[in-house]
Design a protein around this ligand. Structure first.
Ligand code: BES
Ligand code: MG
Ligand code: ZN
Length: 462
């Protein structure tokens, strides 16, 4: 069966016999099949159509089509172009296709009955949209890379397997992959990664990726890679701790972003630092009260082994600083608090330059990875006091946990380096499984990081 997509923005555009009061509203659909013809009417009425709306329509179309046995989908972009006035033609088509491809994602490699339906072919009417199609494929591939990493269960994605996969995926690209194993961690200055990771028989690693494709000091991307977070000695007690296989969502975002930027032949220097550990309790595991001495001499008392992410990120930030990074962007599934503050649709974004936060929020919205400005409250630094060491990794207050976590990291960022911190604990899964979001991880952060890196205010900073 072949299906024609028909976009409708008003009642008059629907054939009389199918008129029902709200089919023209954005996101509503009506499938009509008569003899040899089939139509999917897609409502588009909305005050303002954004890039994300177009991606939504692409994903939504594919999901609807998947319910039927469709060989060919015919799409005429002309009506879509009229809707999205603030975008150019290429952007509109690319966004639609990005949604289309992302909606085709599934993670069923561990199911015996691998029910992969025959994919419908999308036929685009009019001009050739090859460049849009290529761009959408490159972008969705990178996002699906992050989804794949996040969806892997903890026994199938250990730190060791993670670094192996990195080596494989960047073979024959301009991205250099350096791996530091447990024996090299201390020498390379990753003291906290060693301390946090030594409790597990699945030993810790650090992956360093470099894309040297331009002049000047690098932008560093730092991603939290806890392939499972049981809380360690401060063991988690919730029912759903299987979720904690996705505590490497930041690492996955960085991995996908490097893949995307490499595929786009990004002209600049990038450094990615990905600490990988399993946080579990045990004979060898680190304990509350332990003191970690960082490469710059700063000491941290472990108030809580479940606040492990900030400990290993601090190592990676210090490493990036030593590597002369001019900008550090870290991304992590860092705190449960960020979800309490913002719900499940927008991640928290922190920046050492508060005036830039609203601009960052806009970049996020355009990319489809929503972020919302969060404050760095200097006074809260006092909540991280320790009797024994320079700092405690656990705040003395039960409030503002996402902010105190960010304030902890701030201690490791030097004054001459710009810094953005993204807490994505609340967005590693989609807030709703709809349009281009399928079951499992969202792939959050890939597009956001790639777009931040490409933004001039960040790439041109000296
Ligand atoms: N990995 C968790 C944060 C998290 C929570 C991610 C929910 C995804 C969903 C992190 O390591 C953690 O345990 N944070 C603690 C910090 C606390 C002990 C200071 C938290 O947020 O409760
Ligand atoms: Mg934890
Ligand atoms: Zn964690």
């Amino acid at each position: 069966m072949n299906v024609q997509i028909v976009l409708v923005g008003s009642l008059s555009e629907i054939p009389k016999s199918y008129r029902n009061e709200n089919i023209f509203l954005f996101g509503k659909t009506l499938f009509v099949h008569k003899e040899n013809e089939a139509y999917l009417y897609l409502g588009t009425k909305k005050d303002r159509i954004t890039r994300e709306d177009i991606r939504y329509l692409g994903g939504h179309t594919r999901r609807q089509i998947n319910k039927w046995n469709v060989e060919e989908v015919n799409m005429d972009f002309q009506s879509l172009l009229k809707l999205a006035k603030e975008m150019n033609e290429k952007e509109v088509v690319t966004c639609f296709l990005e949604g289309w491809y992302l909606a085709g994602y599934n993670f069923n490699k561990y199911k015996q009955k691998n029910v992969n339906k025959q994919m419908s072919q999308l036929k685009m009417k009019g001009e050739s949209y090859d460049t849009c199609n290529d761009m959408a494929i490159i972008r969705s591939r990178a996002i699906n890379t992050a989804r794949d990493f996040c969806n892997e269960p903890a026994n199938k994605l250990t730190p060791e397997i993670y670094v192996k996969r990195l080596k494989e995926m960047f073979e024959d690209t301009k991205v250099e992959v350096e791996i530091i194993d447990i024996n090299g961690l201390e020498d390379a200055g990753f003291h906290a990664v060693h301390v946090v990771g030594k409790g597990s028989s699945r030993s810790p690693y650090v992956a360093i990726l470099r894309l040297n494709n331009g002049a000047g000091d690098p932008i560093a991307l730092v991603g939290k890679g806890v392939t499972f977070d049981s809380g360690g000695t401060n063991v988690k007690t919730g029912r759903d701790i299987g979720e904690m296989k996705m505590d490497m969502g930041g690492a996955a975002a960085v991995t996908g972003a490097i893949q995307l930027l490499s595929d786009l032949d990004y002209k600049g220097n990038l450094l990615a630092v990905i600490p990988l550990v399993v946080n579990v309790a045990g004979e060898e595991a680190y304990l509350p009260s332990d003191v970690i001495t960082y490469r710059n001499g700063l000491t941290v008392e472990v108030g809580n082994t479940d606040a492990e992410g900030r400990l290993i990120l601090a190592d990676a930030i210090l490493y990036s600083t030593a590597a002369k990074a001019k900008y550090i962007i870290d991304i992590a599934t860092l705190t449960g608090s960020i979800g309490h503050a913002l719900g499940l649709k927008k991640a928290g974004i922190f920046c050492d330059d508060e005036d830039r936060l609203w601009e960052l929020k806009e970049i996020g919205a355009r990319s489809g990875d929503y972020v919302w400005p969060m404050p760095l409250v200097e006074d809260y630094q006092s909540l991280l006091k320790s009797d024994t060491a320079d700092l405690n990794n656990m705040s003395a207050s039960i409030y503002g946990g996402a902010i105190t976590a960010a304030m902890f990291l701030k201690n490791f960022v030097s004054d001459d380096c710009r810094w953005i911190h993204i807490d994505m604990a609340n967005t590693v899964r989609p807030w709703k499984e709809e349009c281009y979001y399928t079951a499992g991880a969202s792939g959050f952060g890939v597009r956001l990081l790639a777009e931040l890196v490409q933004c001039e205010r960040i790439s041109d900073v000296n």
